[in-house]
Design a protein. Sequence first.
Length: 232
Amino acid sequence: MLLAELEIWHTRPAVPTRRVALGHMVLPVDPSPGFGGLLLGSVVAAHLDGIADDVIPDVHRLINEVGEGARVVQPRLRHRFQIDRHGLAVSHHRLVGDGDDISFDFNSAGTDLAQVLGAIYATERLDAAHRAGVTAVLQKAARWRGPVGPSLIAHLAGSQTTTLEAMADPLSWALGVLGFDGGAKRPTKRQVTAHFRDRMRDVHPDHGGDHLDAAKAMSDLAEARRILLVEP
């Protein structure tokens, strides 16, 4: 299942000019940062190692400018951002779901810097109400030094779980994990705490819970509690 998609058009190899443009985009960002924000952040994280160290501060500055809605003077980082895609090559980046798992499908044909710039300029196309949240994800991604996989998704989303259901609708997922009715109104802090304690008691190995599943169950319960205790 396709969750998010980004096309980045860029100068072909061995061509002296450096240009970047955007193509087809599917970037859902609600609830923030959404699958679109996770894809954009992951593109940055996956390609940052291929960028010269002296350029990294300029990447952070550009992300901030886009987040603030500032006018970006061209060219930036020796690349010109443009609308016309004639004569350019294309890279495809996708975030896909398989069952309850989320994974990346990166197909980069250009330089690492072109991919990072494309992700930043795609963020500029987002609605202003969501742009700040996504640029915060890009900044986290630009500081990531781990593998590009589930741990990155959790880091960017600020979550302890990376299941598709939890990412798509965290509130409904959290209600279900703690045993609340899906259509119920948001529970109080006291109700969340009581359900959390009851569920933790049920899954704990000392009370008959399965040893193999206990760690994940307790982690999910803690994450569900966190989600429900965050101010709406």
